[in-house]
Design a protein around this ligand. Structure first.
Ligand code: SAJ
Length: 430
């Protein structure tokens, strides 16, 4: 935005200081806004003030400390009067009578917390993922008493690349009316280099859900291909690679399931609002079933080799490669299932600091193990050196590896003496 143009919004309250709220608040503060970051979690607020973030994201620490040191970002547990409010709280899925529902309780309590501060002319922006028409209905509820502006502006950043994508990605802003969208655009154009597209709030809500659903359905297709290839003895990784040489084909990768707080959740918000969401539901169910499919592959291997009292070394519990986030991680489901079958499990993840099951060093994890089950595509797993693989070989009881992400250097592991099975490799050995 042209810095000479007088900003209508000067003070912004960002409610929710998680993966999206904290970078957004810091970015705005570093672009000259007076920002109050609000989180109900007192410990989180204190940690941010002390510079100890509970989020690991490249560049975030520097961005946050820059914002706090500039005096433009203050963090606290309650909102205060501002010109604009940006809501970045979680919206998990909950199940009622076997039907998915978006849990809007955090949104509602954020709205109630800012309600006493609202004045005519204030703007409220929702960034959290919500079912279509949510913004409109909150606007109707609030606009009774005050003349406010309201917009839905979905976050679109990829964990691991948040700061880069916050600046570079195009943004969609859905206003409850044109003036609201224009006012929200004024804020985002202070730091967004990508294009900003204006639409209505319900379309913007649907766009967000469509983006993540597109990815979920594409991954489900890859997972279905993996199962089929397993049956008909074709290597799915080679087949996908060759299919993707077609100029209009881009199939994603199969794996042990879809994790994280976005793609594994958001498609349910479409299922919630429409009986027509049949493909979306079945893609979601297929991706949710992958951890059990992987466990069955593992159990078949153990049975085939008559391995008694097996120990399985799990490599990776983060929901995806190179992040420490374990929310909705397929690894959790795999571990829970194996333990329920009486199989002993050890866990190694060089990226994850805290987890609900004990984490071990690489050596302790593989010691006397029968199988390594690779769940996460961390860069570290790609880069094992020959002497490391050899050491793992000698520490293990049986020398089996099941790689559900096609991440290991298989030739190296095979040369050292491991039996390596890939998810969806069929029996096709070229
Ligand atoms: N996965 C596969 N196969 C693939 C790609 C991913 O199994 O080929 C798995 C990952 O391992 C992970 C899950 O899918 O478990 C989701 O990972 P992801 O990298 O696809 O996406 P997220 O959840 O980290 O971030 C997504 C992004 N959405 C899209 O790319 C459309 C991001 O831009 C959104 O901002 C984010 O959701 C969000 O917050 O909604």
């Amino acid at each position: 935005m042209d810095n000479n143009v007088e900003r209508r919004v000067k003070k912004i309250c960002v409610v929710g200081l998680g993966y999206i709220g904290l970078p957004t608040a810091s970015m705005l503060a570093n672009h000259g806004y007076n920002v109050v970051g609000v989180d109900v979690d007192r410990d989180r607020v204190r940690s941010i003030e002390e510079g100890n973030l509970n989020i690991v994201e490249p560049g975030l620490k520097t961005l946050v400390s820059g914002a706090i040191n500039s005096g433009n970002l203050r963090v606290k547990t309650t909102p205060e009067d501002a010109d604009a409010y940006i809501i970045c709280v979680p919206t998990p899925v909950k199940w009622e009578d076997n039907a998915p529902r978006c849990d809007l309780s955090y949104i509602y309590s954020a709205i109630e917390s800012i309600k006493p501060h609202l004045r005519d002319g204030n703007l409220i922006i929702i960034e959290s993922t919500v079912p279509p028409k949510t913004t409109e209905s909150i606007y109707r509820y609030l606009n009774n008493s005050r003349k406010i502006y309201m917009a839905y502006c979905p976050e679109r950043v990829l964990p691991g690349k948040i700061l880069k994508e916050l600046v570079e990605n195009d943004r969609i802003i859905g206003g409850v009316n044109r003036e609201s969208a224009e006012l929200a655009k004024e804020i985002y154009s202070s730091f967004v280099d990508g294009n900003i597209y204006l639409t209505d709030s319900t379309t913007a809500e649907m766009v967000k859900l469509m983006e993540n659903t597109y990815r979920d359905v594409n991954i489900a297709l890859a997972n279905e291909f993996a199962k089929i290839c397993e049956e008909i003895n074709v290597n799915v990784w080679e087949a996908i690679d060759l299919a993707n040489r077609h100029p209009r084909v881009n199939i994603l990768n199969p794996g042990p399931g879809v994790g994280g707080h976005c793609i594994s959740v958001d498609p349910w918000f479409i299922v919630e609002v429409s009986k027509n969401a049949k493909l979306i539901r079945s893609a979601r169910e297929l991706n949710d079933s992958m951890p059990y499919y992987v466990c069955n592959l593992l159990c078949k291997e153990l049975k085939r080799r008559k391995i008694e009292d097996p120990k399985v070394a799990i490599f990776g519990v983060a929901y995806k490669g190179n992040v420490e986030d374990t929310r909705e991680s397929p690894g959790k489901k795999v571990i829970k299932y194996l333990i329920s079958k009486g199989i002993s499990v050890s866990i190694y993840d060089p990226y994850v600091k805290t987890f609900e099951y004990p984490l071990e060093s690489l050596k302790d994890c593989v010691k006397n193990a029968d199988v390594i089950l690779v769940i996460t595509d961390h860069e570290d797993f790609k880069n094992f050196k020959e002497d490391e693989v050899r050491e793992i070989y000698y520490l293990m009881r049986n020398k089996i590896v099941i790689d559900t992400r096609n991440v290991l250097n298989q030739d190296l592991w095979r040369n050292v003496g491991f039996y390596v099975k890939l998810l969806g490799d069929g029996k096709c050995k070229l």
